[in-house]
Design a protein around this ligand. Structure first.
Ligand SMILES: Cc1cc2nc3c(=O)[nH]c(=O)nc-3n(C[C@H](O)[C@H](O)[C@H](O)COP(=O)(O)O)c2cc1C
Length: 340
């Protein structure tokens, strides 16, 4: 009870700050261990262990990419009870991303719009921070996937993905190739055609060279049509990609949006994304073989949403926007409900 009230006070306080300041402060608190430890209550509660991609997940709920872009708050985030964290997106070279303001709360729509543009400390510092967490702070069973991207100014993005994969192959539990961010010009073009084929070939070669058992996932946009999704799934399977994360933010703006920031450019996340992400998941599930891994993300706000994604073929789920609005109570509620 006390824990829940403290969390409510904390999320209300963060809500008073500008969205990016609130995020930076949350990361600072998490990075410095100034958050309560929910590991034990969560561990005691979970009976939902999942074995997937050669990894053993304590339960199916993870944190989506983009929250801990630089792998600097991993220990704190695991204290909150997540079973896995996707760090990144990391780019080879450091870059500052787009000019603020670039993150907007659409409170009435229970959504966010972001056009962060891959602000990243870059591969070298990211790797050092990840390795340091592994050496000094990681607990048994903590799973960290790394979401990799490309610098804005790199013309042929394939080489950037390869650089990231090769550097991180031995420190990531799995790699997610982000080809769906709407905020890096040209990136989404790697979801189809000759760009996709070149990328897949390069990733396969790197994986075989560096660590053949490394699970690689692609993160896709919820805005793809059925034909593109079908081709992408087929090419992925042919290249030994383990599965898809469905999906990233949308550039669509549903007519239901009411918040004043609804016309800001960037990717929309949260509740309004739920239907789109679900639809894409169902399409992929009908065409993909059973052992093709599907991780669902987009508008997940409670255990019913999680169950819906499971019945749509997902094995794991990730949250972001609803976690921003509800904090750690979201994790507790979903896991408690799933156990019932
Ligand atoms: C502020 C913000 C930054 C994000 N940054 C990334 C990112 O760097 N890489 C990525 O793959 N997804 C990123 N995402 C997308 C999320 O990982 C997730 O796919 C999306 O928000 C949908 O989930 P949600 O509705 O639970 O928020 C970001 C989302 C937000 C709100």
């Amino acid at each position: 009870m006390v824990r829940r009230s403290l969390n409510n006070i904390a999320t209300r306080f963060f809500g008073l700050l500008g969205p990016e300041n609130a995020h930076d402060m949350a990361i600072w608190l998490l990075a410095n261990g100034l958050v309560p430890n929910y590991r034990e209550p969560v561990k005691a509660q979970t009976k939902n262990q999942i074995n997937l991609m050669g990894l053993s997940f304590r339960h199916p709920l993870g944190l989506a990419a983009g929250f801990d872009k630089d792998a600097k708050a991993l220990a704190g985030l695991f204290r909150l009870g997540f079973s896995f964290i996707e760090a990144g997106t990391v780019t080879p070279l450091p870059q500052s991303g787009n000019i603020p303001p670039r993150l907007f709360r659409l409170r009435d729509d229970r959504a966010l719009i972001n056009r962060m543009g891959f602000n990243s400390v870059g591969l070298e510092k990211f790797s050092r921070q990840l390795d340091s967490w592994r050496e000094h702070q990681a607990c048994e069973g903590d799973i960290v996937g790394v979401n990799i991207g490309a610098n804005k100014d790199t013309e042929d993005k394939v080489s950037d993905y390869v650089l990231c994969l090769e550097r991180l192959a031995n420190s990531a539990d799995y790699i997610t190739v982000n080809i769906s961010s709407p905020n890096t010009p040209g990136l989404k073009g790697y979801q189809k055609g000759s760009n996709l084929n070149r990328l897949l070939e390069a990733l396969t070669n790197s994986r075989l060279r560096k660590r053949p058992s490394l699970p690689i996932l692609l993160k896709v946009s919820p805005d793809l049509d059925e034909e593109t999704l079908t081709a992408l799934v087929q090419s992925s399977i042919d290249s030994g990609i383990k599965g898809l994360i469905i999906g990233n933010t949308t550039i669509n703006r549903p007519s239901s949006l009411t918040s004043r920031y609804k016309s800001e450019s960037g990717g929309l996340s949260g509740r309004p994304l739920r239907g789109m992400a679900n639809e894409s998941l169902k399409i992929v599930n009908t065409i993909a073989p059973k052992d093709f891994v599907l991780i669902a993300v987009g508008g997940i706000a409670n255990s019913e949403d999680v169950r819906e994604r499971f019945s749509g073929g997902a094995s794991l789920v990730q949250v972001y926007t609803e976690f921003v609005y509800r904090g750690v109570n979201l994790i507790e509620d979903i896991l408690a409900d799933l156990d019932k």
